[in-house]
Write a protein that binds this ligand. Sequence first.
Ligand SMILES: [Zn+2]
Length: 296
Amino acid sequence: MNHRFKILKTAPVFVSLCLMLISANFVKAQDNVITFKVGLFSVTLLSEGQGEGNPGILKGATDEMLKNSMPGGTYPNATNVFLVETGTKTVLFDAGYGRNLFANLLQHGKDAASIDAIVLTHMHGDHIGGLLNSNGEKTFPSAEMYIPKPEYDHWMSDAVQGGAQARNVINAYKDKLHLFTPSEVENAQEVLPGIRIVAAYGHTPGHTGYMVESNGEKMFIWGDLVHAMAIQIPYPEVAVSFDTDTEQAIAYRQKLLQYMAEKSGLRACTFPFLPLVISKRTACADTTLHLRKIEM
Ligand SMILES: [Zn+2]
């Protein structure tokens, strides 16, 4: 199967298309807090910051790929958290560094106590930094904590290096812990109403994506499935140096991008690293429509 998505020649079309699609769904947009609708759900991006990606972390990128995808020699990235309000549950997806998280939540009219559930894609520090305060105590007193079991097992292993932060989080939330095993995207099961769990392994052993669905609309929260969208969408075989298992990460990136490309109406959201010049203002790219545009 050819997994190479031919978006390079039409990158400007891609950007404008994203803007159009997302702006049509905005409820409100402020600097670090952006809310839009997925069906009946309210989805809010909480920005932790933006920057320039380091091309030095890319593995398997040829000179031609770099020249085509990032002629300026770098790529934009960002760190974000998503809040999904389903009508019955207020769910936080990851917790970023914890830099702007609580101010952003307040700006959105929420405090930490109003979060019912926290769902983790994986347990790297830029995804769980907001879960403990400086005394090592949990910051979300009411939240149930959902962690993929392979991710939990990885960080609880004695053999893993640098796992203290993850283990501290697990310990602080141990009375609220829910472990689950993701399925392949075709058979993904619900972890909460309207939220399905999707295996996206490789970046870490339990790295997981979430399919958020309401009233026929879908959004895929993909965590670190893609870091450098500018190059890893057209060239999913390009990996990053801190993937635990390079080959597995590539295989899941290829599979899930292909799946999204084939499913009409499915938006793909990246929240550790935002794509392209839209920066923090747009977290979503409509891969499906984009690919159709290419094929026309
Ligand atoms: Zn990560």
